[in-house]
Design a protein around this ligand. Sequence first.
Ligand SMILES: O=c1ccn([C@@H]2O[C@H](COP(=O)(O)OP(=O)(O)O[C@H]3O[C@H](CO)[C@@H](O)[C@H](O)[C@H]3O)[C@@H](O)[C@H]2O)c(=O)[nH]1
Ligand SMILES: [Mn+2]
Length: 734
Amino acid sequence: MGRDGYVPLFETKRAKGRIIYRFFSASIFVGIVLIWVYRASHIPSSRDDGRLGWIGMLGAELWFGLYWVLTQSQRWNRIYRYTFKDRLSQRYENELPGVDIFVCTADPIIEPPMVVINTVLSVMAYEYPSEKLSVYLSDDGGSDLTFYALLEASRFSKHWIPYCKKYKAEPRSPAAYFVSDPDQCDANHAKHLASIKKLYEDMERRIETAMKLGRISEEVKLEHKGFSQWDSYSSRRDHDTILQLLIDGRDPNSKDIKGCTLPTLVYLAREKRPQHHHNFKAGAMNALIRVSSEISNGPIILNVDCDMYSNNSDSIRDALCFFMDDEKGHEVAFVQFPQNFHNITKNDLYGSLLRVIGEVEFPGLDGHGGPFYIGTGCFHRRDTLCGRKFSSKARIEWKHKNDRKTAKIVDDLEESLKGLASCTYEKNTQWGNEMGLKYGCPVEDVITGLSIQCQGWKSVYFNPPRMGFLGIAATTLDQSLVQHKRWSEGDLQILLSKYSPAWYGLGRIHPGLLLGYLTYCLWAPNCLATLYYAIIPSLYLLRGMPLFPQVSCPWFLPFVYVVAVKYIYSFGEFLWSGGTALGWWNEQRIWLYKRTSSYLFAFVDTILRLLGFSDTGFIISAKVSEQEVSQRYEQEMMEFGSSSPMVTILSSLAMLNLFCFVGLVKKVVMTQVGIRVYETMALQILLCGVLVAINLPLYNAIFLRKDNGKMPSSVTFKSVSFALFACTCFTYLY
Ligand SMILES: O=c1ccn([C@@H]2O[C@H](COP(=O)(O)OP(=O)(O)O[C@H]3O[C@H](CO)[C@@H](O)[C@H](O)[C@H]3O)[C@@H](O)[C@H]2O)c(=O)[nH]1
Ligand SMILES: [Mn+2]
């Protein structure tokens, strides 16, 4: 116990070995500087061949080096958080604040209602007083199928919540719970389990039947008056606000089968009109903030994507340990949990888990004032989300925060609140700007978090041993690349926006955090240096022209040191973060693929947007895939199968490197220059060789595979032609 009886509700520990790390990092930096010196002092004179290529290498290495410096900010001061939930209960059990949970969905086909309601049920069943819990589903798809599923879920919750609380079930998404093979239980429990499973399966069957039919049958429509709101509905882009309080927690009649209060459950499809921009998820969240403020007005808001179910029924209490801490709680604006996924395979083929970000880099950001807001698995204080500035004096009185708005008749309430979710409500207001989530950026989350931090608030990264939330990761290469394009494009837009960390953040956030933001904002421009490094040295190799120092030259050492040590460290870091060796190798591949395709497209699109040629969109990530595709995913076979321009670029690069490598081997075999080539171009051979090795799955997909995930022949044709063309031009014409 500290002074004045202060008992901290959480503890922060610094990572061990920071000093050693800093020395190590400095030694790499010396290596990088030596590389720069070598490049700058050995530029071929203008008469020599290769001057341009050399200067390009200098540019690329300057970029890589400076970017590496940025990434150090995230390793400089890592911290880890631990909570004391028992102390929270002892002190505050009767004053726990209301928590409003926002779940966003946008399309019943891409995001199946069964996925959505599993998430909803998991958050309704938190280990938290139900009367203080309200769950809001925002449906940008405006789908009566999703509404129907939610109606079914509201009935099922009456059985599910008491079941979870009685048996301390984990996780509380029914689908995940049933496949998790619930621990051996006594006969009574087993009986109960079987009966609840049957209820769930019956519900699932009814929902699937409606999904197959593609509409709600007349019979079902009679079950709830809410369906009548679809009478005036013309399409998902053109409809009135639809608002339904499916469970009103204040209603004495809404009880579960044990007679306990149920959490409030609300369905909202905000108004949509074709002539109004709806601002994607940010618009949905802002509508939810307003509507919920008139229903439950919980001072804490949890936001999850519709596929991110709660995997840990204590997460609310964990988050409250930060918000309610007497000494530090008043500084905390949001508590971010990592994004984890339940469908990651052992070696994480597409690097979806972003393992090192979650285990190393975010704790590093936390050491500088807090992680970014990443859109899901994040607890916010309502007032900061609504734009309140930080003041060191203002403390929250949680007790007074618990007053709920006076009860109104549900029908009247629904009608009176619809205006809050209308298309015109935000006109001439600060919503989307000073209030709520920010508009105009495909990563509304990151830019919103940044602006909150710029107002003086801190955030907290919390990564408990039992993961807080689990979602669905991309299962095809194309999906993963498209998602990263959206992210990197959004991050680059932040750099160019009013809230740019580079100027707006300067002086407002910790310099380390600023560098951390820059690392992400500069994802997209990475494409240039990476493309250069993946193409030019290989082409020079084909022509027999060295771009790196010879093995016997002292300048060879800094290159070897930086490359070897950097990669050995990265390998160690990946294993330490819980990955496998093959997982690391996969990560290197996806690193290359993202940088040469997603980032390139994001970069080009951002420039086009600046010039006024394109508009930002939001391609929703798929949450279901065909059985065949998921089988290949389970077997960790890369899914090419789509002839998108991104895949074409990857395949062209892979072919180009293959041709260069084969050309080299041919030369060595036919002319017996082997040893000499090795002596003069060892690093270039290594680079090209690694590029070929990392692309093995791609060659396999072109030349050997027969399944539908193989490379489409049109892509093969285009990429082979391109690579041949590039190699020929470079060898004979340049
Ligand atoms: O017009 C829209 C578009 C999307 N969404 C919802 O936004 C969420 C995220 O969309 P998803 O396609 O799954 O994108 P991800 O890339 O997986 O999402 C990450 O990145 C997004 C920003 O690009 C954030 O909004 C997310 O919270 C974050 O998890 C989903 O629940 C969607 O239903 C809407 O509500 N309305
Ligand atoms: Mn998602």
